[in-house]
Design a protein around this ligand. Structure first.
Ligand code: ARG
Length: 423
């Protein structure tokens, strides 16, 4: 990674190979007088001709270009945490875009340090969450790095204007028609926005989905899968030990085939906008569901309920771009502590769009047959229940005795009626 000795400052660009960031490779050189280091993060996106992406940046005059395979690191360092925290923003979205950004930023900052770059540039728009995530993560990792967000700054407001600028400046113009949607994808799923989806009354057209079969078209036979977990982390599929990366790849295939993982939601962005989002998340939704089932067996009720709140806060914190933050670290510590005994196996049936958990087992199960059974072998002391209930109900008994009527479920309206009658 030898730096050019021309005295120019350097910028590390988060490069995807698409139109925006390709124009950026040239624009940063011409308009900002910077040497460009183009870095493409491979986090398992569908279009994977990354060798071509690398070469394209060189062809446009980048001083250095690299597609970095971040997939294993993404699975091991980021997705393990997301599974442990049942990471779902607004209880619905498995955070796929929010999870990939901190990892990409970590690499961009490393490269900036190695190349002595003083800038990092990204291709995010000025209305979305990803600009917030990129920049917040950069500020957390190295506040001295300066940030460039050309899309917020340049005069190229439409795709046509960008195409014209590209043609005039020897930037290869995409020959394929403009995609009608904005898409972001990686191992953890695929996000689809814009186009006809901007009207939330429109049912998502079938052509937006690429990872999932339509549930109507999915196989007529259900399929059973078994995932093994160790301390909250998926470690095997159908009895075969597997690293998390291939396990997720495999789960995306099998769950996708059964039409599992489609999400259609209205979501609250960090910048205050509500947006209509569609996601397909075959592996992520299923793994989180199975993991949570195992937790219901291995965590005691209080921890489980408290953890649900922590999980929600974890998800919002990560969504908001605060992966590298004090709060996120503290939440991780709590979550990690709860995972020690989340070890066991979960069985699920995949069928026409749904993954139904059909069995859970664990050596650390807190489910005690002898306590639960209504049949032979019951060890629960029923005679103790009366004393328990006497004390448990003491506060309501006291309250009801003093403030009587409202305790009897009488509505306010009939209270006033009662007052009128007695007057
Ligand atoms: N709304 C999601 C998020 O903020 C997905 C954003 C994905 N970006 C895209 N270009 N579709 O996490």
């Amino acid at each position: 990674m030898a730096a050019k000795a021309n005295g120019k400052e350097k910028v590390v660009l988060a490069y995807s190979g698409g139109l925006d960031t390709s124009v950026m490779v040239k624009w940063l050189q011409l308009e900002k007088g910077l040497d460009v280091v183009a870095i493409c993060g491979n986090v398992g996106q569908e279009s994977q001709d990354l060798g071509w992406v690398e070469q394209k940046a060189y062809d446009m005059g980048a001083m250095y270009s690299q597609a970095i395979d971040m997939r294993s690191e993404y699975a091991e360092k980021i997705l393990t945490k997301a599974i442990a925290a049942n990471g779902m923003y607004e209880d619905t979205y498995p955070l796929l875009s929010a999870l990939s950004r901190p990892l990409i930023v970590k690499h961009l900052v490393d490269i900036a340090h190695k190349t002595g770059a003083s800038y990092i540039a990204h291709g995010c728009t000025g209305k979305g969450n990803d600009q917030v995530r990129f920049e917040t993560c950069i500020h957390a990792l190295d506040p001295s790095i300066k940030i460039l967000a050309p899309v917020r700054e340049w005069d190229l407001h439409t795709r046509e204007e960008e195409m014209e600028w590209a043609a005039a400046h020897d930037v290869p113009v995409p020959t394929t028609a403009a995609k009608p949607y904005s898409i972001d994808d990686n191992l953890w799923g695929r996000a689809i926005e814009c186009g006809v989806l901007e009207d939330p009354w429109n049912e998502p057209p079938e052509d937006i989905w690429t990872m999932t079969a339509s549930p109507e078209e999915a196989p007529d036979e259900p399929e059973e899968i078994v995932v093994g977990f160790e301390a909250g982390k998926p470690v095997s599929l159908n009895g075969k030990p597997m690293a998390l990366l291939p396990l997720i790849v495999q789960m995306n295939k099998v769950c996708g085939k059964h039409g599992i993982g489609r999400i259609d939601m209205i979501e609250d962005r960090v910048v205050g906008i509500k947006s209509h989002e569609c996601y397909e998340c075959p592996a992520s939704l299923t793994l989180i569901k199975m993991h949570h089932s195992l937790e219901t067996m291995c965590l005691d009720g209080d921890t489980l309920k408290y953890k649900h709140m922590v999980d929600q806060q974890w998800s919002t914190t990560v969504y908001d771009g605060l992966w590298f933050s004090q709060l996120k670290q503290a939440l991780d510590a709590f979550v990690q502590n709860t995972q020690k005994f989340v070890t066991g196996e979960v069985k699920a049936k995949l069928y026409k769009g749904s993954a139904t958990v059909t069995g859970v087992k664990s050596a650390y199960s807190l489910y005690e047959y002898s306590l639960a059974t209504y049949g032979e072998g019951d060890t629960f002391d029923r005679t103790a229940s009366k004393g328990f209930i006497d004390i448990h109900s003491l506060p309501v008994k006291t309250w009801s005795g003093k403030q009587g009527p409202s305790a009897k479920g009488v509505s306010e309206k009939s209270d006033t009626q009662a007052q009128r009658l007695s007057a």
